[in-house]
Write a protein that binds this ligand. Structure first.
Ligand code: SAH
Ligand code: F3S
Length: 434
């Protein structure tokens, strides 16, 4: 029998990227699959879905319909991830050609559902916090390492707690073992992943000594082969002084922080159940900039949450102005099933939401243009991780600026001094400093 081929498409966040790596690892180790980029030659077609906003859900059905037409005879199609979790068997009802559905918290069952036609495994109480997945990394130079599964927050707009279930921390010794293995095989950058990383250690399954996220950061940084540590996403509420101090003073922790704001209005933050105020957020961001000079701050913002008035939106604009985020992911509020906010009064008309989003993005682009002038000529230590077409190699500075230079694969996996010669809004061109 020839090799079996797997085509896998991944949508959504870094956690989905890691889940897909786990799926590939399991299918390689236990079923002898190899990955392919050509859908038509695949024996198994998987789509790892995101359900955080509504648009990708619509896209899913048209996309799997297209997969169905292009698949070779006998090839299986599986739907995985967060949309699989919340739609469950509805997927097979709507698209009967789908062979199985595997939820975001059921990744370890992939080799089992593969052999059960019509299987729907979407149990959000399933605990795979101690499951030892096989090894597979899409990029050998940087390693995603999960530190928790699920999320215990109940942000009123967010479907994730309903697709990934309650939060359980992965035992620290498993994380350390994984980080060590990855770093020793060449991934000098370790990227710790969780929905709410700085809540780490609140609940383990089974007995486990107390370890906070700050402790975990220290432990990972003690691994010799690890040169850089990144993580996403921390929650602004849990950014205590201890955490900020460790972040600022540990030389292996990259100086780039994601601080998901969501809204600048304390009233809206309360309706979102985010647990912090505008003032708390501003104070933490300012403290972070003081403690870690050169730090870049990224954020997520939702506009037009139910009940958001012009005045609330102005609060968000004010936080944008004061923090001057280096990176902003901004979204128009999207009502999601199973979430309380979808039933709130004061749903904001779509055109109002679109206008606010445009205004926010336009102002942020101006801020990025202002920052560009300051970037010109800056010298950064860039860790190169990706070959690009046209003889270009791309990497990131310690503070997460995307920088590319002319070069070839010999730069991959190396950290080199680079001067920015052509700054951009989101990516910069540089030259290696001889
Ligand atoms: N805890 C995760 C959040 C995952 S969702 C993290 O901190 O990364 C990623 C982002 O999607 C959120 O920060 C939020 O800005 C956005 N988002 C979530 N639900 C949304 C909704 N219903 N409408 C619009 N944007 C949403
Ligand atoms: Fe969602 Fe809030 Fe958790 S945004 S993933 S419920 S921290």
């Amino acid at each position: 029998m020839g090799v079996k081929r797997l085509y896998i498409e991944t949508l959504g966040c870094a956690m989905n990227v890691r889940d897909s790596e786990h799926i590939v690892a399991e299918l390689t180790r236990k079923e002898g699959y190899e990955t392919t980029d050509t859908l038509e030659e695949a024996d198994l077609i998987l789509i790892n879905t995101c359900s955080v906003r509504e648009k990708p859900v619509h896209k899913l059905f048209s996309e799997i319909g297209a997969f169905n037409k292009r698949r070779k005879p006998g090839a299986k199609i599986g739907v995985c991830g967060c949309t699989a979790s919340h739609l469950g068997e509805e997927i097979i009802k709507k698209a009967p050609f789908v062979d199985f559905v595997l939820g975001a918290r059921n990744v370890s069952k992939i080799t089992e559902v593969l052999h059960r036609p019509g299987a729907v495994e979407v149990d959000i109480d399933h605990d795979e916090s101690r499951y030892a997945f096989g090894d597979f990394r899409a990029n050998p130079y940087k390693a995603y390492v999960n530190i928790s599964i699920g999320c215990d927050k109940q942000c009123t707009f967010c479907i994730v707690p309903h697709t990934r279930g309650e939060e359980i921390s992965i035992p620290a010794e498993l994380i350390i073992r994984e980080a060590k293995k990855a770093a020793e095989s060449g991934a000098k950058e370790i990227f710790l992943l969780g929905q709410n990383v700085n809540n780490y250690g609140r609940r383990f399954s089974g007995d486990h000594p107390r370890v906070t996220f700050t402790d975990l950061l220290k432990m990972v940084s003690e691994i010799d082969a690890v040169e850089r540590i990144r993580f996403t996403s921390p929650h602004p509420l849990h950014m205590d002084d201890d955490f900020l101090r460790e972040f600022a003073t540990n030389p292996k922790i990259c100086k780039s922080m994601h601080m998901p704001l969501q809204s600048g209005s304390t009233r809206i933050l309360k309706a979102m159940k985010r647990g912090y105020t505008k003032e708390w957020f501003l104070e933490r961001a300012q403290k972070l900039r003081e403690m870690a000079p050169g730090v870049t701050i990224g954020t997520d913002i939702i506009v037009a949450f139910p009940g958001e008035t012009e005045e609330d939106f102005e609060d968000t604009m004010e936080v944008l102005e004061r923090v001057r985020f280096e990176q902003v992911f901004s979204f128009k509020y999207s009502p999601r099933p199973l979430t309380p906010a979808k039933d709130y009064e004061g749903q904001v008309p779509d055109e109002v939401g679109s206008a606010r989003l445009s205004r926010l993005q336009a102002r942020h682009n101006e801020i990025l243009d202002e920052l560009k002038a300051q970037r010109l000529g800056e010298v950064h230590d860039v860790y190169f991780e990706e070959l690009r077409p046209g003889g270009t190699v791309a990497g990131r500075s310690d503070n997460n600026l995307a920088i590319s230079v002319k070069g070839s694969e010999e730069l991959l996996g190396k950290t080199v001094k680079v001067r920015i010669v052509e700054p951009g809004r989101t990516a910069h061109r540089g030259e290696v400093v001889a």
